[in-house]
Design a protein around this ligand. Structure first.
Ligand SMILES: Cc1cc2nc3c(=O)[nH]c(=O)nc-3n(C[C@H](O)[C@H](O)[C@H](O)COP(=O)(O)O)c2cc1C
Length: 191
């Protein structure tokens, strides 16, 4: 059993997704005491923007540590802050390295097929405003994007833990404590 834990917030000790992701990763490590836990900080150790050379190397099948780590993971915890209505560019740079034709998806005559199924992914999401069920739900390009890209590569077992409205003083405390309660109540062994 391999657990991969990613952080992609630029806010350091003030990050909501860092503390929630750590809470979840610790619970997972406790519940799966035999598991190997790999941690990657995409802000402290950023992955460069994708380049034409890197895409050519991907197409040639050159192995990368990022891809190997992802493929080996049974469970992935993704710390996903909303920046400018989508994911952080640090997380996008990671996605650009794991969404690779021939490795995690393939184009077939019947359409694209995901090749990276069988994983459980937890997305720990933090947003300054509240979107779900609100008039501005359509401004959220983070969660639909993550659902689409992971489904595209074959991962449909996604659980979102959300802290919404953390930039609002009236919502912040409740948003964080309800996300913590969500994490503490997750049935992890079934994962
Ligand atoms: C550069 C930047 C852009 C942001 N853009 C948005 C946004 O578009 N919508 C939103 O609701 N909150 C936005 N926020 C607020 C963050 O989503 C919020 O601070 C959340 O806690 C981020 O997760 P983190 O604390 O783990 O970094 C932004 C924050 C930063 C620093």
């Amino acid at each position: 059993m391999n657990i991969l834990h990613l952080d992609s917030s630029i806010l350091g000790d003030n990050s909501v997704t860092r503390s929630l992701g750590q809470r979840l990763a610790q619970r997972l490590a406790f519940e799966h005491s035999d598991a190997s836990l790999t941690y990657r900080d995409l802000a402290a150790d950023p992955i460069p923007h994708l380049t034409g050379e890197a895409v050519a190397a991907q197409a040639a099948g050159d192995p990368t540590e990022i891809m190997a780590e992802f493929l080996a993971a049974d469970i992935v915890v993704v710390g996903a802050p909303m920046y400018n209505f989508s994911v952080s560019s640090q997380l996008k740079a990671w996605i650009d390295r794991i969404a690779v034709a021939g490795r995690t998806f393939a184009y077939t005559p019947d359409g694209p097929v995901g090749l990276a199924g069988g994983k459980k992914i937890y997305i720990v999401s933090g947003r300054g405003s509240a979107y779900i069920g609100s008039p501005v739900e359509g401004w959220d390009f983070q969660e639909p994007y993550l659902r689409t890209v992971f489904a595209f590569i074959g991962v449909t077992d996604l659980t979102f833990v959300r802290a919404e409205g953390v930039a609002r003083t009236d919502l912040r405390e409740q948003a964080i404590s309800s996300a913590e309660a969500h994490i503490d109540g997750l049935a992890l062994i079934a994962a």
